[in-house]
Design a protein around this ligand. Sequence first.
Ligand SMILES: C[S@@+](CC[C@H](N)C(=O)[O-])C[C@H]1O[C@@H](n2cnc3c(N)ncnc32)[C@H](O)[C@@H]1O
Length: 317
Amino acid sequence: MPIPSTYSFTRYLSAKKSVDDRALNQQVWQSLAAALPHVTTEQPLQILEVGAGLGTTVERLYAGGMLTNAVYTAIDIEPTLIAEARRRLPQWAAAQGLQVRQDSQEQLHVQRPGQDIKVEAEAIDLFRFIAREQDQRAWDLLIAQALLDLVDVPTTLPALLSLIRPGGLLYCPITFDGGTIFQPEIDPELDVAIEACYHQTMDRRLLAGKPSGDSRTGRHLFVHLQATGAEVLAAGSSDWVVFAGSNGYSADEAYFLHFIIHTMHTALTGHPDLDAGRFTAWMAQRHAQVEQGTLVYIAHQLDLLGRVSAPLGDTKK
Ligand SMILES: C[S@@+](CC[C@H](N)C(=O)[O-])C[C@H]1O[C@@H](n2cnc3c(N)ncnc32)[C@H](O)[C@@H]1O
């Protein structure tokens, strides 16, 4: 595909789905399926997803047989993404042969015999959500996919875990962990410098004056979870690996690659450690490699499944 002249985060998240489908760690996924509590129509599984984007995790959990009776709360700070999730999910549910009812603008209700799933989607900042819901509601499962590397984990994680019921689960897949690899090499020295500077932008990111990111969030999660008293039930890598086969890149993955390169270009423009001319030429060459179908992109990420501690004698799995 030609180099896009404009970029859409919504299209990027949609293009990311097939990349995530390949990347998600199957052992962690199976551990999640095994750890979920038994649910009934009267006692549905209460799931909260923060930074839910387009709601693609609803589709994936359903396909994996993990959504039978569930109330799924999906929040994201971006109203345009929540609007797109509200547009996509009814279409997806109808395509699954589910009976679709819109209970309200926020709540989608899908059913078939033996299945009853409510999806509530809300555009709200997760810190405002935590402040509003703490001590009001508790979820069986909290999902944060491709999110924790964007926040200050030492302060955010305890607040997020406070929304999980004792003994409940935290699933945080696609958590970035310090590897951004492009092949073929252009200039080994510049390739390494660009990767290092890009990771540095994550490590130095400030939002409202506060640290908001860590390029090695995945590996650091073990210690952060331990510090909260949570147990790591399963962990494994979920690297993105994107390459062109004989028919080119899969699905919309050429767009996904152009978007990643554009994001790095934006983040690094004007970086004092990078020569502007060589940097611009490098970016142009990476876009050209996508057009030619020669670019291979690998991002190192981890999936973790944790359980928050339950009081002694709590028997609900
Ligand atoms: C990399 S995207 C991942 C989206 C989705 N989880 C996925 O994997 O397709 C990160 C998402 O987190 C959302 N986000 C970032 N900061 C947030 C915050 N403070 N509160 C709620 N959502 C946030 C962004 O709007 C974005 O949709």
